[in-house]
Design a protein. Structure first.
Length: 59
């Protein structure tokens, strides 16, 4: 099982709705919307704390 970096859900790699590669690592997603959000701004979901970014995107 992999963890969706956007929403935190556990995702089965075989049945994931999507996957993306970033900096040599593969990430799996529970839904196409999570993949799109990650692809748009991967650093937002990987390691960068919300305190560092200084702003939040609310849709």
């Amino acid at each position: 099982m992999a963890k969706d970096p956007v929403c935190g859900m556990e995702v089965d790699e075989k049945t994931a709705a999507g996957k993306s590669e970033y900096k040599g690592k593969t990430y799996y997603f529970c839904a196409p919307g999570c993949k799109q959000a990650f692809d748009k701004d991967p650093e937002k979901y990987l390691g960068a704390s919300s305190e560092e970014s200084g702003h939040h995107d609310h849709h």
